[in-house]
Ligand binder design. Sequence first.
Ligand code: PEP
Length: 249
Amino acid sequence: MRKKIVAGNWKMYKNLAETEMFLVDLKKQVFPENVVVMIAPSFTNLNQAFKSLREHPVTVVAQNMHQNNEGAFTGEISANMLKSVGVNTVVLGHSERRAYFKESSAILAEKVNTALENEMTVIFCIGEELDDRKKGSHFELIKAQLSEGLFHVSNDAWENIIIAYEPVWAIGTGETASPEQAQEMHKFIRKTVAENYPEEIANKVSILYGGSVKPDNASEIFGQADVDGGLIGGASLQVDSFMKIVNSF
Ligand code: PEP
């Protein structure tokens, strides 16, 4: 049985007071037992979120980290720093990091290694731009992102890897991939993993969909055979809409 996961990516939203308000409300909610729920606040709020959720099933996740364990990298955050505040899971390769911060596949491969060496779980994001889809090169691009950023890892490492497919044209745009488009790509991703690793690894890895998932489209998307949950941006910022999505399986 693959894990069902809903992870909220808060991006650069919510200061400490707003984070605390969200957490007070979140802790009053009843969570389904079969869904792993995660939230990714900004770095400044990770410590507080972890402390607040210590006795709670919601996992606190970082949105990024540096590929080096330490050093003269002003403004950056290391795996060790994340772990020291209780964070053991990190999102890597989000399309906003790739686009605005020029994170290449080579850098992402290093980040993946550093996270795994530090015994962290990685949510590895991949996704094509609208142009790639229009040209019909989206499958090729996804394959390249997987092989350049992820397929160097050992078989054992897959215990700690989650893939998030996020078509860039659907992130924050209100435009969602249709359930059929999502399923088609998720099936392709699983097949591509199976071409490079034992089939049981491909069958076991959770593949999340991300891109304008909302309470009214989540259940149809999550109902697809190869979709194991979602990475949620905008709709994860309010407890009400986030919980509706968490309860959409
Ligand atoms: C995201 O940030 O990963 C995302 C999917 O955003 P949104 O749900 O707002 O499209």
